[in-house]
Write a protein that binds this ligand. Structure first.
Ligand code: PLP
Length: 392
């Protein structure tokens, strides 16, 4: 059911995440040219509504429309993304673990939130062609939202990506380009195509809007936990938009007085095959870490060798007293199967990595008995069936 949202965006400007210089939000922007860093959207939160006003709103991410950067409601391109369920998952060593299940999103992953936002902004700016380098799910989401918006989509993926991700994009009418290499190699191809075509590049954090869509997870977590946040949030980290976005939402809600007290400790989970965030965090904390050359992972979404938002991720981990942890490829596969057999849940391998990491942190007493932990399953396991079944 779509009830109309009365008030419109409270966005006031863009700020360079490094030097805090201000930029015009009514111009199409990419990332800050002063410091070569991501932009963040700022809002006039003094004009925010009371949180009680959310109650009767539409049940998708646009219920938070004041805190999103689309100005004209008619530019919203939506397929009902967001407002996904949170439920109790298990008790492990006296820690209650809750699961927020993002597999319910259109295109089967939480990428729908960020890409839905970016495509809506593309529409607002009159853009007719979007392009993205992707490990799979961002491409699928772009294809879906561009189909809805009538915008051309070009998707550049590693050739080792499971066929279903490619077929999904093609079925929705996107142009698909396959590259031998990792997502960082796809990004180089995107840079070339951009010069030739003027396509709008929606690479992670190279535009200011996707993170605002991902941010809505933070608002939902607060709502679904009745404004009493869990102690720990465990998040599968690739480019980091979710980690940074959830934290941004918490800061906004704190500023508005919607939440009080200590914020959750944020945990970035990666695969041992590709763990730049774990490595960077370890070097800050002086820990040793066996890091090889970045390789592909069965959890495609985690294999981002050089995330553009690294500084922001380090800030979130430091400010929240969080940590970063890697899970082996074998454990990711085993845990995906275990969740299917023992919990009746077909997690994406990224979600399985998070469940495993949470148990490891509990075993290490980093998460303590009686604490509450929230894990995020960021996508549906159905797209990975071939990969999971093929690997023992
Ligand atoms: C993209 C992706 C991730 C990583 O998300 P970021 O917010 O970019 O760190 C995790 N899981 C899945 C299923 C993904 O598609």
């Amino acid at each position: 059911m779509e009830t109309s949202v009365q008030s419109t965006s409270l966005a006031t400007g863009l700020v360079c995440s490094h030097c805090k210089k201000h930029y015009d939000i009514h111009q199409l922007q990419t990332f800050s040219l002063c410091c070569n860093k991501p932009f963040l959207v700022e809002y006039d939160l003094s004009a925010a509504p009371q949180k009680e006003e959310l109650k009767n709103r539409r049940q998708d991410m646009w219920r938070y429309q004041e805190f999103l950067p689309v100005f004209e409601p008619e530019n919203i391109v939506t397929l009902g993304e967001g407002y996904t369920p949170t439920r109790f998952f298990e008790t492990y060593e006296n820690v209650k673990i809750y699961l927020k299940d993002e597999s319910y999103n259109p295109s089967g992953s939480f990428k729908a939130r960020g890409i839905g936002m970016a495509v809506s902004k593309a529409k607002e700016f009159g853009i007719t062609h979007c392009i993205v380098p992707t490990a799979g799910n961002a491409g699928g989401a772009l294809a879906v939202f561009c189909a809805k918006a009538g915008i051309k989509a070009t998707v550049v993926m590693p050739s080792h990506t499971p066929a279903i991700f490619i077929q999904e994009c093609e079925l929705h009418g996107a142009e698909v380009i396959l590259i031998d290499g990792l997502i960082s190699d796809c990004a180089k191809k995107v840079a070339k195509i951009k010069l030739e075509t003027n396509a709008f590049d929606i690479s992670t954090l190279k535009e200011p809007y996707r993170i605002e869509g991902k941010k809505t997870m933070g608002y939902e977590i607060a709502e679904h936990f009745n404004w009493q946040l869990p102690d720990v949030i465990v998040y599968p980290t690739g480019g980091g938009t979710g980690l940074i976005g959830i934290w941004k939402a918490f800061k906004e809600m704190q500023q508005m007085g919607w939440i009080e007290g200590k914020l959750p400790r944020m945990v970035a989970v990666q695969s041992e095959a590709c763990q730049p965030v774990v490595k960077a965090h370890a070097s800050f904390t002086g820990k040793k870490n066996g890091y090889g050359l970045p390789a592909a992972s069965v959890a495609n979404g985690l294999a981002v060798p050089f995330p553009f938002g690294m500084d922001l991720m380090m800030e979130v981990l430091a400010e929240s007293n969080g940590t970063a942890i890697a899970v082996s490829e074998q454990d990711i596969i085993n845990t995906t199967k275990k969740a299917a057999r023992e919990k009746g849940v077909l997690l994406a391998p990224e979600g399985a990595a998070v469940w495993k990491a949470t148990q490891m942190l509990i075993d290490d007493n980093w998460i303590k008995p009686e604490e509450k932990a929230l894990i995020l399953n960021t996508g549906t396991g159905y797209k990975y069936l071939d990969n999971i079944i093929a690997r023992q």
